[in-house]
Design a binder for this molecule. Structure first.
Ligand code: GRG
Length: 293
């Protein structure tokens, strides 16, 4: 389903991440583990969302490169910490041993910390492509979506909800924060790379990203049941094994599929009000809905 342009952007993002590590004098053991985690696979969907939102506003590609690399660094950190024994305790990610299995827990914690801060170094050192205002806006968006109000807060709620029966609103709140927030930030930060969006179009983009972010997590819940460990590159069925609250557990598999479809349609309807240059965002939204891993 990925077209050639998207494969090119995945590669571009990979090279940007590699260059960000190459440019820094990182202690050898940390450098090796960061490369192991960051440069080995991943669908790079968040980077693709950055480029797609940037295409919509005709943004400068160098600016998008920095934002896409930053977003993937934060995402990778979150996966490494999520896999730790104190959290989901997983031993497989992106088809390979998780960082704490390959190395050790201390290394995994430090790789996560280093990737999280690397993201902001990348944004703040891109002075030739980002204005100070853009760097501030993008840093704020990334920090708030990844931090206590967003992803970290969602993870905390998720841990607290283990083995509990949640109301639908509570589950939506967790999913929006834990996964939706960074997906939304990817779209909005891509658009921040140009300053051409009207307030009305910006709101439509927010609506698109909110719906897409939630759709992503609903699909993830479904895949955890329907896909194999081999397809996912991480253990399938782990949500149920860990007593996690998911949409299929709460509303059933068929209703979850209908919900994902409806969220996708709502996302696309928001793009309809934006108009031009939204093809890449539409394509990615469909990819997120129809993905099998
Ligand atoms: C530890 C602060 C902290 C947060 C963790 C993101 C997250 C919060 C937990 C990950 C748990 C998980 C598997 C959630 C499902 C949604 C998700 C983020 C899936 C992984 O994203 P993909 O499918 O992964 O885009 P790739 O490997 O393709 O980049």
């Amino acid at each position: 389903m990925l077209n050639q342009a998207m494969r090119d952007l995945q590669l571009r993002n990979q090279l940007q991440l590699e260059a960000a590590l190459d440019r820094r004098d990182i202690p050898a053991a940390l450098d090796e583990a960061m490369r192991y985690a960051l440069l080995n696979g991943g669908k790079r969907l968040r980077a693709l969302l950055v480029y797609a939102a940037g295409e919509m506003v005709d943004a400068n590609t160098d600016c998008l490169d920095a934002v896409a690399a930053a977003v993937e660094a934060i995402h990778c950190y979150s996966l490494i910490h999520d896999d730790l024994p104190a959290m989901d305790d997983d031993d497989l990610r992106r088809g390979q041993a998780t960082v704490h299995i390959k190395y050790d827990e201390a290394t995994a914690i430090l790789v996560g910390d280093a990737l999280n801060t690397l993201a902001f170094e990348i944004i703040c050192s891109a002075e030739s492509t980002l204005s100070d205002r853009q760097a501030r806006l993008i840093s704020l968006e990334l920090a708030s979506s990844a931090g206590a109000v967003g992803m970290v807060g969602g993870q905390m709620l998720d841990i607290g909800a283990t083995q509990k029966q949640l109301e639908r609103g509570e589950l939506e709140n967790i999913h929006q924060r834990k996964t939706g927030a960074l997906i939304k930030a990817s779209v909005l930060c891509g658009a921040h790379c140009a300053e051409t969006l009207t307030a009305e179009k910006n709101q439509s983009l927010i609506n698109f990203a909110d719906n897409l972010g939630l759709a992503f997590q609903v699909v993830d819940d479904i895949l955890d049941i329907e896909s194999s460990t081999h397809q996912l590159g991480k253990p399938s069925g782990s949500d149920q094994a860990l007593g996690k609250s998911t949409y299929p557990a709460l509303i059933g598999l068929d209703e979850s599929k209908r919900l994902a479809e409806n969220l996708y349609k709502a996302a696309i309807a928001s793009l309809d009000t934006i108009g031009d240059n939204t093809e890449a965002l539409r394509h990615l939204a469909k990819l997120i809905l129809r993905r099998d891993h």
